[in-house]
Write a protein that binds this ligand. Structure first.
Ligand SMILES: Nc1ncnc2c1ncn2[C@@H]1O[C@H](COP(=O)(O)OP(=O)(O)OP(=O)(O)O)[C@@H](O)[C@H]1O
Length: 512
């Protein structure tokens, strides 16, 4: 318990240090007449708002109300709604019509509307239940195992409701287990905020519906303006398709750039950030978050490709920036049980643009690399890709110079019974990496030094020790480090000294 607490404190402090240094740097660079930079992070553990109710009760939409700092026009119910267009998705006409449900956001105060009074709450209260029964509207019904089924309420008795499910069954459930469902017309809508009911099953259903249609991006067009100068822009939900969905490439880049396409997409998000930066002359951030395997790395690459296409010039620097991905992935990604290409580090990529909107530089900061993976692997996982790539892809000459063997001959790599990844050619990846190293202009000498160090690490893993002298000392078992009877480490001018004493054993690497 103590260990995990202190480890999380360490992690937090490392991240916080980085944010703090960015904040300080922003402050130093910021002209004096501008408002203060980012507020410091609150110490308290702020709770996220309930997923059932995204907007506060006092929130009103009538005529031209200011929606959290942005203007949102129109009324709800049976009228068309015009949403603000400062978003990347340019949603203008909501599809809501007479068939639409009367309730659009939790609290609607529209005295001008002449349609039937809508149920106001996300939860089914007495009036709402009567309304839902009368209109035979769909509800979500929570099943004993936690999943949600669509149905219609037939009758209620006290706190219990009898619901006819879409699969033909009729079941009795507590009314608290029912949530209103959206009308069919909102099926697969691209902006979640346009859902009449923004409850958990409705959101999940919408995501699932879009996913089955290969529409992997869903927007949440809610712009938040905090009391300070900070603004959280639109939210994009990306569902990992685990296949090629053919929504990327030059044609899509131009279509989003020229606003010929306005459906949610990471291109649209990057475009919005770029435009905001150019218009407001202010730094912009895209934060990509999600669990392992969610698609963060891919999404970051797609966003970078779009920005490179937008801000590319004749300098070719955008290509160098894109090539860094191959290098970072080779040295910092590995196969885990959840993701064949899992990033085992965090990264902060800064792309610098000139006043003309052209890319003029980039800084990539990495942090929290999982170093233990080099020496210890869980079953069916791999160490960092670079080790396997080096063994599989290096030329015969290089192999000879490094006295390199196949990956399966190294303990650090063979301990997990996982040497290859289905569908991945490590040799090809190594050639791709060499090209990337050339593009960023790393000299061949430096490249070889890096490969030598990698080979040395692999050989080091093959060394074992024997206990001598009544268990007070250990000795390296000779002939193990390279399998050819040469004392370990000698080929590369690498000498290994081991002492067993207090402080704990030290291994000195002397490179000569
Ligand atoms: N937009 C996409 N299109 C096609 N495949 C994708 C897409 N996004 C992710 N994938 C697939 O999912 C895999 C995992 O994605 P990715 O490595 O980006 O996840 P991650 O969130 O960065 O995971 P981790 O936190 O473990 O690094 C990718 O290797 C790729 O096969």
């Amino acid at each position: 318990m103590m260990l995990s607490a202190s480890m999380s404190a360490l992690t937090r402090s490392s991240l916080e240090e980085m944010l703090e240094s960015l904040r300080k740097r922003d402050e130093e660079e910021r002209p004096k007449d501008l408002p203060p930079a980012l507020p410091s992070r609150p110490q308290s553990r702020a709770r996220l708002p309930s997923a059932r109710r995204m907007l506060p009760n006092s929130f009103k939409v009538d005529g031209e109300n200011n929606v959290m700092g942005h203007r949102r026009k129109g009324s709800f119910g049976c009228k068309k709604v015009k949403l603000h267009v400062e978003s990347p998705y340019e949603v203008i006409e909501e599809k809501v019509s007479e068939q639409s449900p009367p309730c659009v956001v939790p609290t609607v105060n529209d005295s001008s509307t002449d349609c039937e009074a809508p149920p106001q709450s996300e939860e089914l209260e007495d009036d709402n239940v009567a309304y839902f029964i009368k209109k035979k509207l769909h509800v979500w019904c929570k099943q004993p195992k936690g999943q949600w089924e669509l149905g219609t309420i037939q009758s209620t008795s006290g706190e219990e409701a009898s619901v006819s499910l879409s699969n033909g069954n009729v079941m009795k459930v507590a009314r608290s287990e029912l949530l209103p469902a959206n009308p069919d017309i909102l099926e697969g809508i691209e902006d979640l905020i346009q859902l009449s009911y923004l409850n958990e099953p409705s959101v999940l259903h919408n995501l699932q519906y879009r996913y089955t249609q290969d529409m992997i991006y869903v927007g949440l067009l809610l712009w938040l303006v905090f009391p300070t100068q900070s603004k959280a822009g639109p939210i994009l939900i990306a569902l990992n398709p685990f296949k090629d969905v053919k929504v990327y490439g030059n044609d899509y880049v131009s279509a989003y750039r020229q606003k010929l396409l306005d459906s949610p997409h990471v291109y649209a998000l990057a475009d919005a950030a770029y435009n905001e930066m150019m218009n407001d002359e202010a730094n912009q951030s895209i934060i990509i978050s999600g669990e392992s395997g969610a698609g963060k790395t891919e999404t970051a690459k797609i966003a970078m490709q779009y920005l490179a296409a937008l801000g590319g010039g004749c300098s070719g620097i955008e290509d160098e920036i894109l090539q860094t991905n191959f290098i970072l992935e080779a040295f910092g990604n590995a196969k885990t049980s959840r993701n064949d290409n899992s990033s085992r580090f965090g990264k902060l990529i800064e792309i610098h643009f000139s006043a003309m909107g052209k890319i003029c530089g980039a800084v990539v900061q990495t942090f929290l690399l999982e170093k233990s993976r080099v020496v210890q692997l869980a079953l069916d996982e791999r160490s960092y890709h670079i080790f396997y790539q080096l063994c599989a892809g290096s030329s015969r000459d290089l192999k000879e110079r490094l006295n390199l063997r196949t990956a399966s001959e190294y303990k650090y790599l063979n301990q997990s019974d996982c040497i290859t990844i289905d569908g991945v050619n490590d040799a090809k990846k190594f050639n791709r990496l060499m090209k990337a190293l050339d593009v960023i202009r790393m000299s061949k000498e430096d490249q070889e030094l890096v490969f030598k160090m990698l080979a040395a690490i692999l050989w080091l893993g093959n060394i074992s020790f024997k206990v001598t002298d009544n268990e007070n000392h250990i000795e390296v078992v000779n002939d193990e480090g390279n399998g050819e009877g040469v004392p370990c480490g000698q080929q590369y001018g690498l000498k290994v000294y081991i002492t067993l004493s207090y402080p704990p054993p030290l291994i000195h690497f002397v490179y000569d």
